[in-house]
Design a protein around this ligand. Structure first.
Ligand code: CTP
Length: 403
């Protein structure tokens, strides 16, 4: 898929530069034409010679080192690229891009480019969460630049958390998705996607929530928008960035999600409910912090509204898709939910299987149709799962039209 694609790899300084070397080699093996630019700090970690050898192309490090007098290198490279990939992207380069600063080869070339830009950040977890970095990433996302999210785990700085450069395979998968011809499968279709957990407050300090990261729902929203849908994403609290061309509505509790979903429902063609909505909330909310006492504490819970069941009752033209996260009798329970909530499709997954479930970047799902059709999928990235779900949704829309 990357054969003859021109990838301009921008390598900025951080320990993850060594992974960019492996990435360069993989890109070359995939048949991509790779040109590499490095910042001063990137060169502190790995020499340009390594990249030059792996990419079989000269490496660019200095705006004023014009190798060919006929051309202005940064403009020429900007025009040459089919895609610009910044990996690893430091907080510094993200800040420069967000603010239009052009003081080195990479930032100058990016400003001069009209090619799409993919950014794979890598930094310390506290830097990644710093409001300035979060703000810059949101600004950059608003330019239509896409992010390949960093992974979680032990970071080189010794901290455990989010900030590790995505693995070369994940970055390659991101490029594949990027170069997949995007048929406008959902042109003129309105799609509502819910994602993330809900948070149910006990008092101003305490709350109940669940382990949903929102990754599955965000991947669906992003892919649907890329396929031409007009997407509204109603999301509980997550650390994810709103994908480009998606309208976000942020909510906290199950009740807020219910209200926003019902408000938007009537004019949707498709609703995909990937959110992990709380089934219970504290019956009484205390405006003041509840002081601890010597004994235990029982909190009475009451049921929240089942949003999906309500959508099933009110269903007209909409294709309705639910999720069933189960630990046993997966298909049986999923089919019961499909029937009970009047769905068209249900995506069933095991939360106990390796590589599946809440925090993971991958998932193993079975998609069950109302008409008995079933699609069992292997371990895939959440982006790939999103695409498979959307293909099934598309076939439901086609069937609906024929009726
Ligand atoms: N859902 C919803 N509103 C709720 C609860 C769940 O819309 N209050 C949706 C979820 O977004 C998901 C599907 O319903 O699409 C999950 O079905 P559900 O029966 O709630 O699954 P569980 O909560 O796992 O149910 P159980 O505990 O009975 O297995």
């Amino acid at each position: 898929m990357l054969k003859n694609k021109k990838v301009l790899l921008c390598v900025t300084g951080g320990i993850a530069v060594f992974k960019a070397a492996a990435l360069t080699s993989k890109l070359f093996q995939e048949g991509a034409e790779v040109k590499v630019m490095m910042t001063e700090s990137a060169q502190q970690f790995v020499t340009p010679l390594t990249f030059q050898t792996l990419a079989r192309n000269a490496v660019y490090v200095d705006t004023f080192e014009e190798k060919d007098p006929e051309k202005i290198a940064h403009i020429d490279l900007a025009d040459w690229a089919d895609v610009i990939l910044i990996a690893p992207a430091t907080a510094n380069i993200i800040g420069k891009v967000a603010n239009g600063i052009a003081d080195d080869m990479i930032s100058t070339t990016i400003l001069a480019a009209t090619a799409p830009v993919l950014i794979a950040p890598a930094m310390n977890v506290h830097m990644y969460q710093h409001p300035a970095v979060v703000k810059n990433m949101r600004t950059v996302a608003s330019f239509g630049y896409q992010f390949i999210e960093p992974g979680e785990g032990l970071l080189a700085c010794g901290y455990v958390g989010k900030g590790r450069l995505a693995e070369p395979e994940e970055i390659i998968a991101g490029l594949h998705a990027f170069f997949t011809p995007k048929e406008q499968l959902f042109k003129n279709k309105r799609m509502l996607v819910t994602a993330g957990p809900t948070v149910e407050a006990v008092d101003p300090v305490r709350y109940f929530t669940n382990r949903s990261s929102g990754k599955m729902g965000y991947a669906i929203a992003e892919t649907a928008a890329a396929l031409g849908a007009e997407v509204t994403l109603i999301s509980g609290p997550t650390s994810l960035l709103t994908p480009s061309n998606v309208t976000p509505i942020h909510v906290t509790s199950a009740q807020e999600m219910y209200e926003q979903v019902i408000r938007a429902y009537s004019h949707q063609d498709v609703v995909i409910k990937a959110a992990a909505v709380a089934d219970y909330r504290p019956k009484h909310y205390s405006n003041d912090k509840v002081k601890k006492k010597p004994d235990g504490w029982s909190i009475e819970l009451e049921r929240t509204k089942d949003i999906l069941a309500e959508l099933g009752k009110q269903k007209q033209q909409q294709i309705l898709v639910g999720f069933a996260a189960e630990s046993t009798n997966i298909e049986e329970y999923a089919l019961q939910k499909l029937e009970k909530k009047n769905l068209d499709l249900i995506v069933a997954n095991s939360i106990v299987q390796e590589g599946a479930g809440f925090k993971s970047d991958t998932n193993i799902v079975t998609i069950l149709h109302r008409n008995g059709k079933k699609k069992e999928l292997p371990l895939l990235t959440k982006q790939e799962v999103a695409f498979e779900i959307l293909k099934e949704v598309h076939s439901c829309l086609k069937e609906n039209k024929q009726r």
